[in-house]
Design a protein around this ligand. Sequence first.
Ligand SMILES: [Zn+2]
Ligand SMILES: [Zn+2]
Ligand SMILES: [Zn+2]
Ligand SMILES: [Zn+2]
Ligand SMILES: [Zn+2]
Ligand SMILES: [Zn+2]
Ligand SMILES: [Zn+2]
Length: 1795
Amino acid sequence: MLQSLTSDEKFSRYLATDNNSFEEEFRLYLRDEIVKIIRTDGSWSVGSILHQDVAKGLLNNIIWWLFNDDPEQTLLHLEELNNPQHICGRVFKPGEPTYSCRDCAMDPTCVFCQQCFRMSEHQKHRYKAEMDEGGGMCDCGDTEAFLRHTRCSTHEESYQKSKLAAEDAVSRLPEKVRERAPKFFEVILSYIVEFLTNEKTSISDLDESLQPSEKSDCFVTMLYNDELHTFDFVIDILKRALKCDEAIGSDFATIVDREGRSAVCIDDVNACEEVKKIVGTRPTAYFSFRTNEPLKTLVMHVNIVAHQEMALLLLPWLSRIVKQSEGLRKIFCDVALNEFIKAIPPEVGVSGMISPVERFIRCDHELWKTARNMYLQLLMNSLLLDAETKKKFGILFTRLYEIIQEGFLNGDHEHGHSVASMAVQLYTVPTVTRHLIVHENVIGVILRALAKSCYDGTLLNPDDWCNIMKLNTRRMKWAMRRAHHSFYDLRYILAILPDQMTADLKSKFIDGVKLFVQILMAMQGMDSITRKADRHIEHEPDWETGVNVVIKFNPVIYHLLQWFRTDVDLLFIMLKLCLQALKVLNESDPASLRSGVTVYNNQTYPCLDYDITKQPVSTQYPVTRLMSAIIVELGLAGMTWSDIERNEHIASMLESNSLPPMQLMECSLRCLCLSAQVNAGMWRRNGLSLINQLFYYKDYRCRQEAYERDVQLLQVSAANMDPNNFIVILLNKMKLNPESPEFAEYHIALMSEFFRLLISICGERYTPGVAVASLQEQGKRQIIHILASEPKPHSKISKQLPDSVSDKIPWEEILQEVADFQEPTSISSVGRYVLKPSMLAQFCPYSFHYTTLTDETKAQHEVVRRKKALQMTTVFIPPKLPQFSELFRNIPKLLCCDVFVDLVSKFLQQLTTGDHERWSDRLVEKVLYLISMAIIEHEQQKEMNPENDFDFIKKAVAGCERGILFLLKQLQVTESLLIHRDTVRWLVLKIERHSNQRHGSSSAVDPEHFILSREDSNEERDPTRNARKRKAQELRDKLLTQMKTMQQDFLSQNPDVMSGGSQGESMELSQVSASSQRENETPVCTDLSWQQETLKAMEPSYTCMLCQEEAVAAEGSMVMSALVQRSSVLTRGPHGELNNLDDFAPLFVDLSYQSGIHTSTCSHTMHYECFKQFRDSVNSTEARRRHNSRYSRKGFDIKNNEFLCPLCSRLSNSVIPVIPHPFIAKQRGILTDPLEDEMIDSQPSTSATPSTMREWLKSIEEVLKPLKLEAQEVVLKFHVDVSDMKNEMEKAEAADSQNEAEEVLEETVQALTQVDAAASADATILLEDQRAALNEFIEQIQVVGLNGDISEVHRPLTSWLSVATTVICSEMVGRLEGTPILAKSPIRISSALSGVIRAAFAMNSTSSEEQLSEVRDHARKLLSALIGEDTDEQSHALLNSNIFSLFVSLLFSSAILRKSKSMQNQPALRDSAEFERNILYLCTLAQIIQIFVFLNVDELEGIVGTGERREEAGAMYLACNQVRANAHLPPLPSNIDEDQLMETVTDCLHPFLRCCALLLFHVTGVPVPDSLETRDNQSSLLQYLGLTKNLTELFDVGGKMSLEPLIQRWCSHSDVIARVASLPYHVLYPVVSQVPDIVPFPHDYSDLIGAAASFKCPKFASEDSLCPTMCLVCGVVLCSQSYCCQQTLPGKDVQVGACTFHTLQCGASTGMFLRVREAAIVLLHGVYRGCFAPAPYLDRHGETDKGLRRGNPLYLNQPRLQELRKLWLSHGIAERVSHDIESRNIGHLVDWAHL
Ligand SMILES: [Zn+2]
Ligand SMILES: [Zn+2]
Ligand SMILES: [Zn+2]
Ligand SMILES: [Zn+2]
Ligand SMILES: [Zn+2]
Ligand SMILES: [Zn+2]
Ligand SMILES: [Zn+2]
């Protein structure tokens, strides 16, 4: 009966059920409906197998029962019933910024979200900004997270409200909802658990209640993700299995990767099995890279999949419900933690039931990614928002900890997507942790889990000491990849110190620590080594694992010590534990503590008989070191040795009532001696692994808990035993015992190490506990020694400081105290801290902070260098040291015990013999330093207590001929010790002074004073040092002269390099000649006489950088290497790929400047012939190299014609011929026949006047008429040869083409000049090579501009475009930098400009007749547009184009026009200077009119006029409105006044005038007036251009608007009217005249991260993008370096990344991007090349921070931003990329194509 019901009826029936039958009805309702949500009809596609609408409807219906109403509506209503939310609880997305407060946060994991932070007090504190990995939570409102300012102002407000209305949120729920909710959650949760946590595939797995009435035979093949197979492997196998293409395969693979699984086939069972068979084949390991496991695939019945999908849809809905309704959340939490799910063995729960949460946790590692993410999200939105449920969850989590870790370790999921990542939410909450330690023994739990993953043997009983576990290095190595998270968990727990140590807490804590000690026991002596005496070791043993573990354990030990410190009793218990542990260890190895004796000076001393040169020794003794740390803590607590011995805990386990220091320090001593012997070279045959281990032993990452602990243990032992015995033991262990000499060849080096160790033992007293020193003092000493070797950036200093310093004290203040900040000196450098000079005296040359001997020496040298520069003494006098604490008080006795004095005097005696074989300088330095330490110690001891029995002086003076003083005095005159003389003298004076004082006589000389006074003279007295110095000086001088000659050679060969360049020189020359003759006149570039003046200047000469020959341009065929690029920099509005060639190279460049061609050069010149040879050789080596090494990449690509400039290695792809200026002048018609010279001089120079202008316009119209005819003729000529003949007959008899006529002319000229100036080459004629080079250049412009197509038709157009683009860009770069347009510019820019301009001019002379007629046709069109002639066809709207570009085209085409035979008699063309002047005039006018028409009046409002020029402004205002009326535009709004308009128009016109001036300067060579070199004022510019001084005069000549008809014609063009009607914002003035800019950056870097965190992959909208990358040109954000957004290159079967693809579209093949999360700029060039650069953000220490790892807030740095802008605007990206690739000679294989 039920089957016949419709869906609606079923729904009504479902709604009507009550609590009791809900489960049954719910299942009944889903039973047949569920399958409808899957697209079984074949309409499914990648990533969408659901009928979304159907699924949503069904979901909605299910929830309807709970609310008994529309869910969305009800939820909104329920939200209003909440208590005000005073805890933020925002769950972070990956990459979202988080903020922690260094001043107020309990620990660094306590963070605010961006919104809360911006509303909080912490903004003003020292905060830290970081990026979340995803899954973290905002702690705003959590009273346990912050010391103060717990809430942001928003949540504080809600908190105040909630205090008023603290009512139970549950009771406020509507009654029906409240009743139904528990049942609803229970049923839904068990349904979800049923389908997500059990693997079901066949329909028979379905529960009886869900068996559908009709069983479909549809199945699904599901592919699951793992981290073992590569993307490419998956794509490949899917291509085969599904017979799909690469793109589909890639989409499937992406879904699998992102969501954890994907349906790959929906079909009948056979088809599905078939797919499974192929996809599930076991791959050969080669293809899958890491494994030969098959991919996991399942064939499932469609109903199972449908239920799973429904469960997945329900999870986020539950999240929403519990998030929005507080009452429902409370109910939900109760249900979720209630045990009602049937447990599956081995799960156990109360009566065989467990809670849904427990089931999820237990199955976590089996779930696929989406399922896991969704349930975790649900837990965060529910359990973690309430303190009580958080605690319950914490308990459950801890009980399951081992299972969680095991699952995580064995799985391959990322930590952030695993339930294991919840630890940070739970274990950082003090109340929860406290409870967990006491009641759940969480420390033990974590340690057990850790032990299980790395050790053999088990940790079961904390008191079972005999069961020593064994470290399983192999397993540990494997586990360490993932187990390190457990260390973090432990750190979270320990980071919270208890307020008070209750008995309960203490005993549980000790239980945990016992396990910890057991773990350490397993590591005691691990990776041990035995010295290889004869043969080298065969294979290097693994050492990394051990070091890694130690690095992981160190922070744990650090936190444990903080705990111990809270209670002295705890320290004693810990010491006892360590002693017990050592006892057990020693008992297991009887050889370890065998006692023996050693003899020194006929006296026997007890020692331990363990020979490290024969028996195994290790660098890892963690138990010993833990003990050392505890003893130091006891020292800090003020204990003495006998206090320790008498303590109840210790005494109870001592056999002879005393602690034997000798045995305690044994392991530390072994390790230190090992290190000494290795340094001395005794262990060379043991290979690198030993060296590495010892490196880490002393490196700042491990040193604190290794090397330093060993030294401290030796210190405590030395202090509490006979000092003589101690030194003898040391000598014995090191193999230095004089009684039984061994290893004689290492004696000197070993002695040196021995004394160094002694210096450490006596001198290292800054650790609190060892000495009476504060953490501040310790930190200060460390910072001084870190900075001694060189100035360092903040990040390096903070990295090298131990946690105890960087966490506990305001070390940055100390840094300020000891060092000066040095701002970054250049764009690429960072800020550094330099040690203050006053701190140099604090330096200890043998500080144990230096990891290697090299570090130490470097620091010593640097300090000596600086001291010398500051004229300070270079003798290292030991600084005054802090007093030792009680426990260590006796250490100084070492310095005056008999053995020490004996050793030193014996050594000094050896020195007096002068036998070099017996000592080294380093050894002498150390001994002398020790003596000075002893003297200083003597002073200190006497100062404290004059009766002290420490008396070094007495011992030094005694002994006559063998006494120290006597020997030192002898050494003063020993020749071979001259370099130590200052130190020796200082010592002698010191000792004498003290001994004199003692005898009552006062010393005459103060040693300090003495040294300072002697410092100067001492140089001369020291022959050896002097000799060395002289030698060095000679060498330096020699090198210097060499350099100088080289430099001079280079300069003489390349004069342009230093003088500002060849063009610069020519400028100078012309200027000199000009100013000498026309001193009082201001140059005008359009004036003919001025132009001719320039021709008198000498042509500069150039040097070929390849053959070093010198030549002037006219005879040498010189070329400059150049780079031609397509450019989209000037594009206004959307950037897009242009495919239509006519669009690309139009005659009229649109105002929006869609695309351009940019040319730049380094201006290094060479012969064209030499260049060709050079390029051939490069190409052939390149071809060979490519053949050999497939993988190495180069900065240039010969396929694109690229090469590197042979001198400066700049990327180039073409050459620009150097065209002599006279040639251009002739082309322009300025240089006429030499015979006409006089005539030219007599010609009056006229300026544009209205009357002549009107006449001129008329005559142009005349010009156009015959041109039209001619154009038609040309067209005919192409087709009909006969007409060609006819044409030719008509025109001229001698020549049949323009070219020939020209040649004839040239020949004549040549002949004439040869007569005139026999020797000098004629600069007006091009050589054959020059023509060839010119052709090559023009072709390259076309290849680049037209993407490889060479079109004869576009030849002139592309070269004009290149000129226009290059000029406009350099104008803009100048504007960006604020330089006047005609200021002397860098050679590179000015040569590029004149090179390009001249080459484009010269192009005409190499053109064929066909091209010339083409040009003439272009010229005609340009002119007719300019005069606005009402032509029938093709008249172009002038005002829609870029006027400057139009001017360039007009200028260049007119030269051709003029030379046309038929034109020669036209009056308009006869005077070329007048012609140029007139078109400039008209273009300027057009530019102003364009500004009037395309003016964004809204933008004007903010502009404030200057208040000057009122009259002119009035005329301008009137004119503007008139023009606007012509263009059918409304008049200017009344709120805009005349001044505002004037100001705007002036500003907008300025760039145009600057461009014209720059162009005409290079075309004419007329010198720049002084006024323009320093400042661009508009009137000087106008004057230089030969225009009127007044803007209004330009268009309102004489107030009569005489050009009115012309203007009207321009404005009323139909295209203009049409465009005005639809004005897009970005092509309006003033924006269009402004310098284009890259996208704006926010000031605070974290804002940028915040914005990018919400960015979703544009293709798979549900997914967060992994690497959001912003195009800096257009601002679009892309999903970079990801398979999901790859695209296929048009026309090629190549897949490229989103950025690479975008580069080709947006940036005309160069791109500039910001990888937001890494704070890195990516520069791309083409498909395969790129480089990284730092983002323009710096912290206050002048450093960038990739990926916000250090957390210092980063702010925008303007100079760096400016640098980026300039890089882009000046087209420097390609060059920068090439330079980066070339200069970094590593196989740096970033796959740029896939970014
Ligand atoms: Zn927040
Ligand atoms: Zn807040
Ligand atoms: Zn704060
Ligand atoms: Zn040459
Ligand atoms: Zn160069
Ligand atoms: Zn994407
Ligand atoms: Zn872009």
